[in-house]
Ligand binder design. Structure first.
Ligand code: PMP
Length: 453
């Protein structure tokens, strides 16, 4: 028995997609198979072709609309083709598309100043890159240059990017190529109470997990570290985080051993967690370096590393250059996105609708034993599926089936966690209450139609 009414009509939308007259889905698939690196993978069993987007919705080649609850992997922060962002990007494309930072352009320092205005005091110097991976590489480099130390502590189950150095920070075997040479990175125990080897309260688990950092430093490093890096809430890892004391204690131990603290805000930044603009603020810490990407550009390739001047200065000892870093068009997108987050009240929307979704997911958990854990903050939510609540055995196949069923019912969600058994809900922050309720109804129905309990 359930209290959730099966109302499966998608909220109305007056956007009419243009007729699609490009290559067919089959042709695109064949071209991809023949000409793109096979490492470039698709999500669904029958890959989805997307040809248009409008705010929280996307359209396939037949004009079918989907509610996009993954937002291009947490990248569409303010909405697909948000009119204000589109206008400012179009104006910039038609005026000056590229210059590089060897010339002056207003957008780069203006965006850096805007970022500084959202940061705690002192974190006010930014270097722009094109991707989150690059941002984390650069943060690592600055941490090592600043501290003179090499060893780095990251957290198990983290995802920090796909370059060799960022892969070294990443801690999921599925994302690790057998290469070696990723540098001296040590992975500390994860404070997520649902999968911790420790028992006790979430706070006790957090403290014992933070103490693991001390052990790692003592046993595996020369006694000094360059940095501790973590996502305030792990994204690809399945929306996992520790109790609020974890980061405080982890940062203190890192600093005691000469290291700086890096917050990877690639997924948690820009208001997504609802109560705060940055994820780290939910945990009462101030990092030394903040990396960001995805939501800053709402789809434009832009990322950034913000830090204090004394740390940033270390990069100036040699020539360092990035051709597209701070590209005027991407920076125009970033400026527009940050304005829209404020003007449209999107952080508040993330808080209110995040709470609504969270309450709905908690209700679903009460009626479906398949749901082992619901977690996250604001519009960064995860639902971990297990075949047995006692053993917490990952329900891998069920998760994949539910993901497919949601798509059939008109909702795109993501999948995460090392075992791929966490459904990820991270929509554009412009979703409405009707969208949230529709997504909840669809999830409920998807669990039922796939035979889940
Ligand atoms: N850090 C985090 C937390 C991420 O989620 C990602 C991307 N999923 C990255 C870094 C890497 O970003 P990019 O794909 O832009 O290189």
């Amino acid at each position: 028995m359930t209290t959730i009414a099966p109302r499966l009509e998608m909220p109305a939308c007056d956007h009419v997609p243009r007729p699609y007259d490009g290559p067919s889905r089959g042709e695109i698939l064949a071209m991809r198979k023949q000409y793109t690196n096979p490492a470039v993978f698709t999500l669904y069993r029958e890959p989805l072709l997307l040809v248009e987007g409008h705010m929280q919705y996307v359209f396939d080649e037949t004009g079918r609309r989907y509610l996009d609850m993954l937002a291009g992997i947490v990248t569409i922060s303010v909405g697909h083709c948000h009119p204000k962002v589109t206008q400012r990007v179009q104006e910039q494309v038609g005026t000056l598309q590229h210059a590089t930072t060897i010339y002056l352009h207003p957008n780069v320092p203006m965006l850096a100043r805007k970022l500084a205005s959202k940061m705690p005091p002192g974190l006010d110097v930014t270097y722009f890159t094109n991707s989150g991976t690059e941002a984390n590489e650069l943060a690592l480099m600055m941490a090592r240059l600043y501290t003179g130390n090499t060893d780095v502590i990251a957290v198990r189950n983290a995802y920090h990017g796909g370059s060799q150095a960022a892969m070294g920070l990443t801690s999921m075997h599925t994302w690790k190529m057998p290469l070696g040479g990723e540098g001296r990175v040590h992975h500390a125990l994860n404070p997520d109470p649902y999968r911790s080897p420790f028992s006790g309260s979430a706070e006790e688990i957090a403290t014992r997990s933070a103490e693991d950092i001390r052990d790692l430093i003592r046993y595996s490093t020369p006694g000094k570290v360059a940095a501790f890096i973590s996502e305030p809430i792990q994204g690809a890892g399945g929306v996992t985080h520790g109790a609020p004391n974890y980061l405080k204690e982890a940062y203190a131990i890192t600093r005691e051993h000469g290291g700086v603290c890096i917050a990877d805000e690639v997924q948690t930044g820009f208001g997504r967690t609802g109560n705060h603009y940055w994820g780290f603020q939910n945990f009462g810490v101030v990092p030394d370096i903040v990396t960001m990407a995805k939501g800053l550009g709402n789809g434009a390739p832009i990322a950034a590393v913000t830090t204090r001047m004394e740390i940033a200065q270390k990069l100036a000892q040699r020539v360092h250059f990035n051709t597209f870093g701070g590209n005027p068009v991407s920076a125009a997108a970033g400026l527009a996105v940050m304005d829209v987050i404020d003007e449209d009240g999107l952080q508040e929307n993330a808080r209110v609708l995040g709470a609504r979704m969270r309450a709905g997911l908690d209700r679903l958990k009460r009626s479906h034993p398949l749901i082992g854990d619901v977690r996250g903050m604001g519009l960064m939510l995860g639902i971990e599926l297990v075949t047995d609540r006692a053993t917490r055995a990952p329900a891998k196949g069920e998760t994949a089936d539910i993901l497919e069923a949601c798509r059939d019912l008109g909702v795109l969600v993501g999948k995460g966690g090392l075992d791929g058994n966490v459904l990820r809900i991270k929509p554009a922050m412009c979703i409405t209450a009707d969208d949230a309720d529709f997504a909840l109804d669809v999830l409920h129905r998807a669990i039922e139609v796939t035979g889940g309990r």
